[in-house]
Design a protein. Structure first.
Lengths: 359, 359
DNA sequence: CTGAAAGCGCTAACAC
DNA sequence: GTGTTAGCGCTTTCAG
């Protein structure tokens, strides 16, 4: 590699440390020099190729190729004032729900040339707020967030600084943020409607902690369906568990069996609970769905492969992340006076053997 | 699945006007002006507070506070030439293994002030290479990657441009990249040793596609353990499946039962297969572990909660991501002449009821 | 259609 | 200690 004396026509000698070049010195400027054009032109071939003559275009592109030149996006971002990265803030990427959301978000972002930085809060509010600060320093174009508790105040600062914000799986009734969420109330309703349609008389709800919005929403939907069917919402037998595991489902059955008359249908607010319930029921000789119909929620992969394939309510997780991102990207150019919109996805029922022997 | 959009009236609240000037002009310069110091000093309070006098420090910090000033990391990165972001390239973030790796990586990165951009390839090599290009444009500090096929050539370009590269869950025997991986050969070996220790005579391996490195490695370990115990590696009965699902496990049992004499122990290369095998065995009246011991691999949450709790080989997933990141961060300052190291994690055995009735 | 020039916000020498 | 200053690599008027 020979050292070539860089001779600038424009007489810029005010720069000392460039006399003896040890650096590969690749940049738009070097491309311009080698192609015999100005940096402005190179910038044009990069961003507005249509505004450059065929000849120059070809020549510049060739040099770019030869030099292995790759534009520095960071520099461009600094100059234009807007970054091409968006932050995704989730409570736990290890939760399959959020992993799917992330996949949707990453895809949608990628399609528009954006990159997503993953912020995993581990259910910790302080960590969440810390990430918000980091994202602020990074001057992200926007943030997608499923806030852990209340809407963090950091979000408004982010927005004041020009970043977009959209809430994921969290409606924003009172706050003025766009959001994409799935309708859990509806999910609970659909579940009970299904059970009712099967002719269920005594329905039980096996729930998780009602402090979780999803749990309370699904419960609300369940009660609503009962009322809508002309029955008292209080007919719903409820068992709440502090965790939503198979084990919790198993023990829930103890409570169910202790009742005066056993329910003939049970709606579990997630699939693990349902699997536990099904198993425990089988152990005491109750047939599913013969004696009692059981359904779950989430429609995880496992649901279809359970000993008795599980009827479940699925959520469009990927779409959630995807649409949330598109929402964000869409309101970016509108700046401060963007109209915020809320899109609500509907959960959907997948019927399997656990509620109907012959699906 | 319908989707309805509701428009919310957008309310915009801008920050209070900075000073009485027209421009929102917030930046190190504005801080300097209001604090009556030079930009250099402000930069110092930001990066080297110890080099600033108590008085000035306090004054500048107060102005920073008042202005809600947050430094622009992108600008700093451009200036210093090194970015504070690292790319994480995985085949599928939806795979619990990689979700955990991601969590480890994000944590480790965050601790050092780095941010991780998530690149999800969906098992698509082109997509993977596309991300490598994007990361190159972003001039990331480094990339963590679990390459889909062969080591992508993009990695060397990345490195030439100054980014660090470390392979995740992929050893790099021939290539000169650092790596963090878990020893799957060892895992297979440990599994068989466990079964042998239980007194197993006829051992079966229920495997996934051997085109997957994990599958072939585990198989290799299994055979090795057999040899080490003075038995022929060919004593190992093998069933390979194209998928690694519960269903595949169920059908594997058909093949097992068709043998002259049924095995008394089976090692499945993942937990889903093992669950399927256990279930199918139960259906034909074989007791687990009484008649046949069954074990899985991965030690997913589900393993402990299976109908008969599953003995399984677990991998330190979080640590993998964490250490890979630390490896990367460590070799960053060393630049081109970093010595590359490979860290190998050992999988570990968790014994449950599926191999020993009384654990 | 192309070139020249002015920075984006910040850091890092060097001077005082 | 603190101020000055020259850019990092790129986009973007504004002339020609």
């Amino acid at each position: 590699m020979s050292r070539n004396e860089v001779e600038m026509p424009g007489e810029r000698k005010r720069h000392a440390p460039r006399g003896s070049n040890a650096k590969p010195l690749t940049g738009i400027r070097e491309v311009a020099r080698l192609a015999g054009v100005s940096v402005g032109t190179v910038s044009n071939v990069l961003n507005r190729p249509d505004k450059v003559s065929e000849a120059t275009l070809a020549r510049v592109e060739q040099v770019i190729e030869r030099l292995d030149f790759v534009p520095n996006r960071g520099a461009a971002d600094l100059r234009t004032g807007r970054s091409r990265m968006i932050g995704l803030v989730v409570p736990d990427i290890t939760n399959p729900f959020f992993a799917d959301v992330a996949r949707g978000a990453v895809d949608a972002a990628g399609q528009q040339g954006y990159v997503v930085v993953l912020c995993n809060c581990d259910q910790d509010i302080d960590k969440q707020n810390g990430y918000l600060d980091v994202l602020e320093e990074q001057r992200v174009a926007g943030v997608l967030i499923n806030p852990i508790g209340a809407i963090p105040s950091g979000l408004s600062r982010l927005r004041d600084r020009g970043s977009g914000v959209v809430l994921v799986d969290r409606s924003a009734k009172l706050s003025d943020y766009s959001s994409a969420a799935v309708d859990d109330v509806r999910g609970g309703q659909v579940a009970i409607e299904h059970l009712l349609g099967l002719g269920a008389k005594r329905i039980a709800l096996v729930n998780g902690p009602t402090s979780l919005r999803q749990c309370s929403d699904r419960r609300r939907g369940a009660r609503r369906a009962l009322s809508a069917a002309g029955r008292s919402a209080d007919d719903l037998i409820e068992v709440v568990n502090s965790t939503m595991t198979i084990h919790a489902g198993v023990s829930a059955v103890d409570q169910l069996l202790a009742l005066d008359s056993t329910p003939d249908a049970v709606f579990c607010t997630n699939d693990l609970l349902a699997i536990g319930v099904t198993r425990a029921l089988a152990q005491v000789g109750r047939d599913v769905p013969g004696d009692v119909a059981v359904m779950g929620y989430d429609d995880v992969d496992l649901a279809a492969e359970a000993p008795v394939p599980l009827t479940s309510i699925g959520q469009p997780k990927y779409e959630l992340g995807h649409v949330a991102t598109e929402l964000l990207l869409k309101e970016l150019p509108m700046g401060a006076d963007a109209k915020h919109e809320r899109v609500v996805f509907q959960p959907h029922l997948t019927v399997r053997n656990s509620t109907t022997a012959t699906p």
